[in-house]
Design a protein around this ligand. Structure first.
Ligand SMILES: Cc1ncc(CO)c(N)n1
Length: 227
């Protein structure tokens, strides 16, 4: 199956994400508050846009089953993931709404979402966009699983429930995206299948950059608008 190959392709990148500062900071529990805030600001914008991409894929879906799946995922994004964000907000002692008010599209998050929109607009088959979207649930599931297998957390560890959320709640999303990629790729040329693989690898790299963006609090250069 194509997705077995995709999983293999990105294994080294996921191992790197595990050892990078952001995830290690969460595991130790001593990540800088400003990094958590930076992450939440970017991720709130990212998830809203991710939901809109589902909406655009609904228009392209060729079966009622796929439409129903996409609607369910949109709802999950709007309700479910706020639990994970609440865990992070609590750890920095600030109301979530107040944190995200100041959010902006920092460079790495900006690049990532545009990678997805490119596929929505440029490609008819939804498998192209799904190959760019699938690392989103897949990387989080995989990282959470690795973290929980390799570490023991005290009950009061501030980020334990963040890892537990992504370990427990991502499977359905990953499965359906993988099913669609495998099904559609059965009728695609080798050249297009290579594009699917590149999309998946690139989005996994985008996931790595997204965490690092928060670790270094990446920003665009300030430009004086009135200058
Ligand atoms: C950037 C990013 N990727 C994946 C997820 C998991 O849904 C998330 N919340 N944010």
């Amino acid at each position: 199956m194509l997705t077995d190959k995709l999983i293999q392709d990105v294994e080294p990148i996921i191992e790197e994400i595990y050892y990078d500062d952001f995830i290690q900071g969460l595991i130790r529990g001593d990540i800088e508050k400003s990094s958590v805030i930076h992450y939440l600001q970017a991720d709130a914008l990212y998830l809203d846009e991710f939901a809109k991409i589902y909406a655009m894929l609904i228009a392209k879906a060729d079966s009622r089953e796929t439409v129903k799946y996409l609607l369910g995922q949109m709802e999950f994004l709007f309700d479910g993931e706020s639990e994970a964000h609440e865990t992070l907000a609590r750890s920095v002692d600030m109301p979530y709404e107040e944190i995200i008010e100041a959010g902006e599209w920092y460079p790495s998050a900006d690049h990532y979402i545009k990678h997805m929109y490119y596929n929505v607009y440029a490609k008819e088959n939804i498998a192209f966009t799904f190959s760019a979207m699938a690392p989103c649930p897949y990387v989080y599931k995989k990282i959470a699983q690795m973290v929980l297998e390799r570490n023991t957390f005290e009950n009061d560890h501030p980020y334990r429930s963040w890892f537990e959320f992504y370990n427990d709640d991502m499977d359905d999303t990953v499965d359906v995206m993988f099913d669609i990629i495998n099904r559609e790729s059965g009728n695609m040329t080798q050249k297009d299948i290579t594009v699917l693989r590149k999309n998946f690898i690139q989005s996994t790299e985008h996931e790595k950059r997204f965490f690092n963006m928060a670790a270094i609090k990446e920003r665009w250069m300030e430009v004086g608008v009135n200058a």
